[in-house]
Design a binder for this molecule. Structure first.
Ligand code: ATP
Length: 269
């Protein structure tokens, strides 16, 4: 439910160590949100308005949600995360009520980060295409964001892979006025992501070398693709061999699975 801080964050906190690459993006989000979350009074003292919202854009699976959670953990902020589609309720006014619950609960747990995934589902452009209901929801969300001016230590992060479909009213000052783009990782990024996801695997030198090759052979894959790739390799190794020979098999699995996955992705581009 949207009423509670995300229990996952307490159980197994995702931290910056779980993120491969994205160094500049992390630094930027952190720089923008650290003081608004941990020292909101400072802004009042200086007489400027703190950043209240950031929009993270980029294709699916590049780590937008992961980045939010990791930065929140770093700043000791509670995370209230929802997928926008889960907020949408069937009866009239239900979505607006869900949004109010979300913001109200976050406000009681400051410092807190409200993360709305796929924000475009509720922040639709209020033009001729939008239904009355959609307009009401977008208007409610805007007014809740404006209301955060009165609340210290609560920020909103929206994620989207279709930022153009978000109503411009959401980009005004005091709302999601900063946009940060996350892209598909480059080779160094892929190397770091593979390292994150294999860090608990017992790798031999040969497997390490295979991994290095994998970083250059996987252009176009996202962090989520690479996570799945590593999982497949691990599962294949577990199925095929006894634990003693896992290492030897690992690099073999790598060749097979990368070629399959990379071909799939290439086709989808
Ligand atoms: P979507 O738009 O589909 O919600 P997203 O950009 O929010 O995608 P995440 O949900 O954060 O992507 O990523 C899914 C999973 O992929 C993460 O939980 C993580 O395991 C892995 N992943 C993605 N990017 C990275 C990364 N940069 N470093 C390490 N793991 C990553």
């Amino acid at each position: 439910t949207f009423g509670e801080p995300d229990p996952d964050v307490g159980r197994r906190k995702q931290s910056l160590a779980d993120v491969g690459g994205l160094h500049q993006e992390i630094a930027r989000v952190r720089e923008l949100l650290e003081l608004p979350l941990v020292a909101p009074g400072l802004y009042r003292a200086i007489g400027i308005r703190p950043t209240k919202g950031v929009l993270l854009c980029g294709p699916p699976g590049v780590g937008k949600t992961l980045l939010c959670r990791a930065v929140a953990a770093e700043l000791n902020a509670e995370v209230f995360q929802v997928a926008a589609v889960d907020l949408v309720g069937g009866f009239s006014g239900e979505t607006e009520a869900n949004l109010r619950t979300l913001f109200s609960n976050a406000s009681h747990h400051a410092p807190a980060m409200i993360v709305i995934d796929e924000l475009d589902a509720v922040a639709v452009r209020r033009d001729a295409m939008a239904s009355q209901g959609d307009v009401r929801v977008a208007t409610q969300l805007l007014s809740l964001m404006d209301g955060l001016d009165q609340v210290d230590g609560v920020v909103v992060l929206g994620t989207s892979n279709r930022p153009d479909s978000i109503d411009e009213a959401f980009r005004r000052p005091g709302r999601l006025d900063v946009e940060i783009r996350l892209d598909v990782p480059d080779e160094q990024g892929r190397r770091e992501i593979l390292a994150v996801h294999t860090r608990e695997m017992p790798l031999t030198e040969a497997a390490e070398r295979a991994l290095e090759g994998a970083a250059s052979a996987t252009a176009g894959l996202t962090g989520a693709d690479l996570m799945h790739l590593v999982r497949e390799i691990g599962l294949a190794a577990a199925r095929r061999v006894s634990t003693q020979s896992v290492h030897a098999d690992w690099s073999e699995g790598l060749d097979v699975d990368i070629s399959v996955d990379a071909a799939d992705v290439a086709e989808g581009l």
